[in-house]
Design a protein around this ligand. Structure first.
Ligand code: P53
Length: 483
């Protein structure tokens, strides 16, 4: 059934990437090592992320996928041209902090690193693609871990601000939408990735995690203040990994369990959007022996510098019940299986309606514009004998999610845009694999780093361009929705 456009004219449509997952060139242009550069692929990755202490230097016997990634550092013109061909109006990228401050604590930035992004922005401008920039995407300079203990140290706030100020001054005239920390809430489950924390020998890990979170939240608020002073028209967003929790049954205790699980994530949105710590955290802090060092000045900075918009990644929903141990109370979480949704090849629940739910929940709570800055399907792709790649599973995933995004807009949600994760195949953040692919563009490189790096359009490439051109009029609306 033909239908009208579903998205407004000014809606930003495009893709999202993170420097460490596609740039490569890990030691080019005087770049320093970042924490990702010591995260190996293969079975050691999980061990490294849980017990990083022994892994803080590059070893000859391990393979580090970030070092070369898909070598965007050398291919950026070709890749951006392809995004232009899909008629992207936005591309979310991150700046690799260690390209700008190789060790993290220098007083002067590295000009070569700054020049690289000048060129990237020039290229984006050519195709009228608006850059959306994450300041810190899981890539804290390794030097800040070794010398200062990562975000366990209040000093990181000043290093971060020096870096942010450098970016605002250099690129402020070219970038409107900024994000302070990628998936800031992931520090709770991935303290090394999201907080550059080495907690091997720390007895009360939660104390360390929430203190580091506090420093990141203060850094985010201070960066927001600085951005508003230096670039009045620019906007700062917080960025959450949002996988909403459903209660497994209508049993009241199950509802409380789901409420609590959602608060693990919403805490970070609450501080960013409302400017103060929500009272529900007091009980949790007390129960876990957490005492945070929070100064009066911190409270003032948080209160006076709330974010302009809320951005988030959405891949899946989870289901929980009262028998599950809440993340707020415990460390281990095993989701309950939801019989109404399918799962990806990597076991991630696939729930398009959950995206409508998430959008409505966040908009009800914050009443600020939202921006979906990651959504997509990681899957194995097969190349047919004629060279084509029929990724209908990816098209179906994105189609069904976009239909629900359109429903949320009809529900009244104010949405800035939608960028799919990994418009070109990149290294997986979680597993370090290349073969967990999200792209519209296939990259010939495998899990061990072999391959020609050739770029090849998948079936989804033309499909996404048509969705963008038609503002959603080509989407397939065959499934029933609740009005
Ligand atoms: P990969 C877990 C759950 C939800 C989002 O993830 C996550 C993660 C971490 O793995 O991270 C975001 O590559 C992140 C991206 C990442 C993307 O999701 O593990 O912001 O850097 O690549 C997809 O499949």
């Amino acid at each position: 059934m033909p239908h009208d456009a579903l998205f407004p004219d000014h809606f930003l449509f495009g893709g999202a990437l993170a420097g460490n997952q596609y740039e490569g060139g890990f030691d080019q242009g005087r770049k320093g090592l970042s924490i990702v550069d010591v995260e190996p692929a293969g079975p050691e990755r999980k061990e490294m992320l849980e017990h990083p202490k022994k892994y803080l230097q590059v070893r000859d016997d391990l393979y580090y996928p970030s070092h070369r990634a898909i070598e965007f550092y050398d291919h950026f013109k070709e890749d951006i041209r392809l995004f232009g061909e899909m008629h992207f109006s936005a591309l979310r990228i991150s700046i690799a902090w260690a390209r700008i401050f190789p060790n993290g604590d220098e007083t002067e930035p590295n000009e070569e690193g700054l020049k690289f992004y000048d060129q990237v922005f020039d290229e984006l401008e050519k195709y009228h693609i608006e850059p959306v920039v994450t300041i810190s995407h899981y890539e804290t300079p390794l030097g800040l871990v070794k010398m200062y203990g990562g975000w366990s140290n209040r000093k990181l706030i000043d290093f971060y601000l020096r870096y942010a100020e450098t970016l605002f001054k250099r690129y402020g005239n070219r970038v409107k939408y900024w994000m302070s920390f990628n998936e800031i809430n992931c520090i709770v489950t991935s303290p090394f990735i999201a907080g550059a924390l080495v907690l091997d020998d720390v007895p009360n890990k939660k104390q360390a995690i929430y203190q580091a979170s506090h420093y990141e939240l203060v850094a985010s608020a201070k960066a927001t203040k600085l951005l508003h002073e230096l670039v009045p028209n620019a906007e700062m967003g917080c960025m959450l990994a949002f996988s909403p929790f459903y209660a497994n049954t209508c049993k009241p205790e199950d509802q409380i369990a789901a409420l609590q699980q959602n608060r693990v994530t919403l805490f970070f949105g609450d501080v960013h959007a409302r400017g103060c710590y929500p009272s529900y955290m007091n009980r949790f802090f007390k129960a876990n022996g957490i005492e945070l060092e929070i100064t009066d000045e911190d409270r003032k900075v948080l209160r006076e510098n709330t974010v302009d918009y809320i951005s988030f990644s959405y891949y899946m929903s989870f289901t929980t019940d009262a028998d599950q141990r809440s993340l707020l109370a415990n460390e281990v979480f095993e989701p309950v299986k939801n019989p109404y949704v399918e799962a990806s090849d990597w076991g991630w629940p696939i729930d398009p309606v959950g995206l409508r739910y998430a959008l409505n929940l966040l908009y009800d709570r914050y009443q600020k514009p939202l921006f979906i800055v990651e959504n997509g399907l990681g899957a194995r792709d097969e190349i047919e004998p004629d060279g084509s790649i029929h990724d209908d599973y990816r098209i179906n995933y994105l189609n069904d999610h976009l239909v629900q995004v359109a429903e949320a807009i009809k529900d009244g949600v104010d949405l800035i845009g939608y960028t799919t994760w990994g418009p070109i195949d990149v290294v997986s953040a979680g597993t370090g694999e290349m073969e967990k692919r999200y792209g519209f563009i296939y990259v010939d490189r495998d899990n061990k780093g072999n391959g020609s790096l050739e770029r090849r359009k998948k079936k989804s490439f033309d499909w996404y361009r048509d969705v963008i051109d038609s503002k959603g009029a080509t989407l397939n609306l065959s499934k029933e929705t609740i009005k």
